[in-house]
Write a protein that binds this ligand. Structure first.
Ligand code: SF4
Ligand code: SF4
Ligand code: FES
Length: 249
């Protein structure tokens, strides 16, 4: 017989005027290799068909199932109940717009973030479909891919004290995007242009540096390294910015 699990789950439907935020309790017997994906589906199928939560891939790839699991942001599909105590509290991620219960709209937040940091290759070159592809060293391609592994789950944003206090704060995932394009030789933006985008209080200079983001990232993206590199580069760019203003007076 498996452990008796007690789930405390946040409930609220902002679309329903009669709905009031509260916690509901559900009980399940633990089964072998049970994940929170399995547990939540069983609760929805067997106990409450109105429970809202998101899953797409069930494999830690799509980023849609992030939630607060006993207070810590993580992916529900790859969290085994065996690694949790018998009492499990599930809350929606903070910072993002609540759709209902455990479901939040990360897509809207990430679209706005990608627009803010201009998350695309900036080049004047005209695309020539017949031209040969230009090679990139394996090492550089791997370094870029390391940062490209972000699945936009939002765990780092939910874990970030600054993002919780200030809704225009870009967050570690945005700094990771900028770092990815800085590495890419096809992106012709200058340091000054990057500085205009991220050298602000809502950008890298607003970051408190306590690294809750790195601890929460389920994909182990090296956020600490990238934040440090970006802070140094933008610090240097801000000095150049000041000097150019001073001498162009
Ligand atoms: S270091 Fe702290 S303030 Fe900066 S992005 Fe990470 S969690 Fe947020
Ligand atoms: S950096 Fe990590 S925690 Fe943040 S959105 Fe990407 S995968 Fe999720
Ligand atoms: S369902 Fe895709 S990451 Fe969990």
């Amino acid at each position: 017989m498996g452990r008796p699990l007690k789930f405390n789950i946040f409930r609220y439907n902002p679309q329903d005027q009669a709905s009031v935020p509260h916690m509901d309790t559900f009980h399940l017997e633990e089964t072998d290799a049970m994940t929170l994906f399995i547990a939540l589906n069983r609760i929805r199928e067997e106990q409450d068909s109105t429970l809202m939560f998101d899953f797409v891939c069930r494999a830690g790839i799509c980023g849609s199932c992030a939630m607060l699991i006993n207070g810590k942001p993580d992916l529900a599909c790859h969290t085994k109940t065996a690694n949790l105590p018998e009492e499990i509290t599930l809350m929606p991620l903070p910072v993002f717009k609540l759709i209902g219960d455990l479901s939040v709209d990360t897509g809207k937040w990430f679209r706005a973030m990608n627009e803010k940091v201009q998350s695309w290759i900036h080049t004047d070159r005209v695309f020539e479909p017949a031209a040969q592809e230009e090679p990139m060293t394996n090492q550089l391609a791997e370094e870029i891919y390391e940062l490209e592994r972000c699945i936009e789950c939002g765990c780092c944003v939910a874990a970030c004290g600054k993002a919780n206090m200030r809704e225009d704060f870009m967050g570690a995932t945005a700094f990771n995007r900028i770092a990815r394009f800085m590495m890419d030789p096809r992106d012709k933006r200058t340091m000054n242009e990057y500085y205009e985008v991220v050298g602000t209080d809502e950008g890298i200079f607003g970051c408190l540096g306590l690294l809750g983001c790195e601890d929460a990232c389920p994909k182990d993206i090296p956020l600490q390294d990238q934040l440090g590199i970006l802070r140094r580069k933008m610090g240097w760019a801000s000095v150049q910015h000041l000097f150019s203003r001073f001498f162009n007076k």
